[in-house]
Write a protein that binds this ligand. Sequence first.
Ligand code: 13P
Length: 255
Amino acid sequence: MRKIVIAGNWKMNKNRAEAAELVKAIAPKAEDALCDVIVCVPFTDLDVVCNAAKDTKIKVGAQNCHWAKSGAYTGEISADMLVEAGIEYVIIGHSERRQYFGETDITVNQRVKAALEAGLKVILCVGELLEEREQGITAEICSMQVKIALTDIPADQLDNIIIAYEPVWAIGTGKTATADQADEVCGIIRNVIASLYCECCAEKVIIQYGGSMNAKNAAELLAKPNVDGGLIGGASLKPDDFGVIIAAATEEMKK
Ligand code: 13P
């Protein structure tokens, strides 16, 4: 059975004091969790969050990294810099990076490669736009994004990759995909992994759903066979709500 991974994406929220406070509030909720719990925080919060998360079950991630080792890339952060800062995870290819900062499938692939080479674990985000869903090309879009992102990534690195299916129309809109819609696309992505690698790789790979997952809908989404966790924005900033999602994941893992 695959483990469930609950990850918070704080996006551009929380100053350093607030970040430490939020981790302290989440820590007791993660203590007895059977699922993994990750928080992906702004770069400037990484050190305080790592400190606050020490001796807790919470793992720490960043929200992006560059593909080059170093160089003239103003405003960017390398994978080695994150490793040196004690970070374990990095989100790559979030739709907000694609939408607002010109991230493409090609640069997502470059960033994934660099992150894995540096020893980071990657949360790779894919998902269709509303127009694409309406045109009936969700499967094609998500398959293409996964295939390009994983170009030249060997099978033995799949243990270090979590794929997050995040339909863009569901992010921050309160419009969650139904559990069946989430399960269907996570299943399509799993088939892509089977065709790129092998059945066994597809069985093992962790595929999260993200997009308005919250305390109310988490249990239903996590109960779906192809949904192995959540990448959570808004609700991850509310410790009680995030705690309910962690508890739902733990209950699901007990089944
Ligand atoms: P919301 O949970 O706020 O919709 O955000 C989802 C997301 O983008 C996580 O990466």
